[in-house]
Design a protein around this ligand. Structure first.
Ligand SMILES: Cc1cc2nc3c(=O)[nH]c(=O)nc-3n(C[C@H](O)[C@H](O)[C@H](O)COP(=O)(O)OP(=O)(O)OC[C@H]3O[C@@H](n4cnc5c(N)ncnc54)[C@H](O)[C@@H]3O)c2cc1C
Length: 499
């Protein structure tokens, strides 16, 4: 009767491989199954992926990590949101903060009341109603405290960290739960002659690592899911046309900002991720619209400090594998697809891949029903994120370069078109099904890039203008004084988690 999987092989030791190894090791325990991770020092990892979203806190708590230790070990900083510069139009900037705006009133969305007052000429920006936005611009940070109904009780935050140090830290966690690491390049993959299931991977030295469940964390190459099982790639380049990045860390010379900055350029955008020991930078661009030399020159012209290494180029295609789980192989991380790093969603996709694998965990019969559900739900999640990313490119007044003219005029998925139509009419935003980004995130980007809707949500008229004005004033004051109360980001790190 014992049909339990007893040998799990993880192929790849980047962020995806070690996140998976640490989680399976911790949750399943060493008595349940032998877990082996194979990685090749000669091949190395993609070496980027340094900004996260608040959901990573759930992963850390599941592993039982001490957060200060985690930040210290990864030379990390805290992240309250993303600032977008030059997206809606040149010279314009807005914040997509984590957390919420204001306070819902009488069960109705705060957004409706703000929108009404905004249309009536009230000068206060959306940022004035977000603790995260105010704190981010003031370079402040603290973790939430138990302060009753104060906004200080619900500060939402994520992290920036050094990707290499993060993988090393997770490796320690995984090994402490019994995961065994094998170093070596995989040169062959063996399959069962009848079922096509993967049975073993063979290393350069001729040794074999056998298993029943294989997790493909081999990065863009998709060693098992694509090269062995031949699962096709669904290409989204027509919606997300960036397909290259050039990256270069630089010295920190400025305040340690508690947010990521994304600055749009002529054919893509540049990230700025502040860490304790350096700033991570990368220019994501479309090779159909810009040469590598030009992209590199733009990156180097827009660094805060001296570059710390030669610029390095990366290539990718946006999209995903048609199936993430095929036979006894589950693809997690870049092997399963990539949508570009604009909203820091890839590490989240690794996290959701792991948690959904655990909640649909197979036995050796590998029932199709587990696999099909996993594939359906993960693809749905990917598509929701895709729509949110497309919004950033499409909702723009920019047509100053062929790239922006293309993005502005391209056809978009019908579900995104509906969201845009609804917003442009009344300013309403919604979260659908298992969508990652909530109505507040949609509201932040839509108001940041689309401007005013035609009318405001009529339900906002259930409160008089005078009362709405007074309530908004009170909310602003509470949020302002909460931000003033917070310590500086650098001071907080120095006190709790300096590397
Ligand atoms: C430009 C860019 C910016 C990004 N920024 C962000 C971000 O800010 N936030 C975010 O969440 N995500 C970001 N990502 C995504 C993030 O980097 C990845 O999701 C994450 O690093 C996981 O990568 P991975 O582990 O799947 O692949 P990799 O890091 O490529 O690891 C692959 C592993 O497989 C091993 N391997 C491959 N072939 C073999 C073989 N034949 N034999 C043995 N071992 C093998 C390699 O040695 C390596 O250990 C970014 C990605 C890119 C490209």
């Amino acid at each position: 009767m014992d049909n339990r999987i007893k040998r799990i092989v993880i192929v790849g030791g980047g962020t995806a491989g070690w996140m998976t190894a640490a989680a399976l090791g911790k949750v399943l325990g060493r008595e349940y199954a032998d877990i082996t991770l194979v990685e090749s020092d000669a091949i190395g990892t993609v070496g980027v992926g340094e900004a996260t979203i608040p959901q990573i806190g759930t992963y850390n708590r599941m592993l039982g990590l001490d957060e200060d230790e985690f930040v210290r070990r990864t030379k990390g900083t805290f992240k309250l949101g993303i600032e977008f510069v030059n997206w809606g139009r040149l010279g314009h900037r807005y914040m997509h903060p984590f957390g919420k705006y204001g306070l819902n009133m009488q069960g109705l969305s705060f957004h409706a009341f703000w929108q009404r007052m905004h249309q009536l000429g009230d000068p206060h920006s959306l940022d004035d109603y977000s603790l995260n936005a105010l704190a981010a611009y003031d370079n402040k940070f603290m973790r939430p405290i138990d302060a009753g109904r104060s906004p200080l009780s619900e500060i939402a935050y994520a992290f920036h960290f050094d990707a290499g140090l993060y993988a090393l830290y997770l490796r320690e966690q995984a090994e402490s739960h019994g995961v065994v690491r094998r170093e070596g390049r995989i040169t062959q993959v063996h399959q069962d002659g009848v079922s096509g299931f993967v049975t073993a991977v063979e290393l350069e030295d001729g040794s074999e690592v056998c298993g029943e469940l294989f997790i493909d964390c081999s990065g863009f190459r998709g060693l098992l899911i694509a090269q062995t099982l031949g699962i096709d790639f669904v290409d989204w380049s027509h919606w997300l046309p960036c397909n290259r990045a050039v990256v270069a860390p630089c010295e920190s010379v400025d305040a340690m900002t508690p947010y990521t900055r994304s600055t749009a350029h002529g054919a893509g955008w540049q990230w700025r991720i502040p860490l304790q020991h350096r700033i991570g930078n990368g220019h994501v661009y479309s090779a159909d619209h810009m040469s590598e030399d030009e992209a590199t020159a733009i990156l180097l012209d827009n660094l805060d400090g001296e570059p710390l290494s030669e610029p390095r180029g990366l290539r990718f295609t946006t999209g995903h594998r048609q199936r993430y789980w095929e036979k006894n192989v589950v693809a997690i991380g870049l092997s399963s697809g990539f949508m570009e790093p604009l909203e820091s969603t890839s590490i989240w996709m690794i996290q959701t891949g792991i948690s959904r694998l655990l909640s649909n965990f197979p036995d050796r019969s590998f029932a199709a029903v587990d696999r099909e559900r996993y594939n359906r739900v993960l693809i749905e999640e990917t598509e929701y994120i895709r729509d949110f990313l497309i919004l950033h490119y499409h909702a723009t007044e920019r047509d100053d370069t062929p790239f922006w003219a293309y993005c502005r005029n391209m056809d978009i998925p019908p579900r995104l078109q509906e969201k845009l139509d609804v917003y442009n009419h009344t300013g309403r935003t919604f979260r659908e099904g298992e969508e990652l980004f909530n109505d507040t995130s949609w509201f932040a980007v839509l108001t940041g890039q689309c401007g005013k809707p035609r009318i405001y949500d009529p339900v906002a008229e259930m409160m008089s203008v005078e009362e709405t004005r007074e309530r908004l004033r009170q909310i602003r004051e509470t949020i302002r004084s909460s931000a003033d109360y917070m310590p500086g980001h650098r001071a907080f790190i120095a006190e709790h988690c300096a590397a």
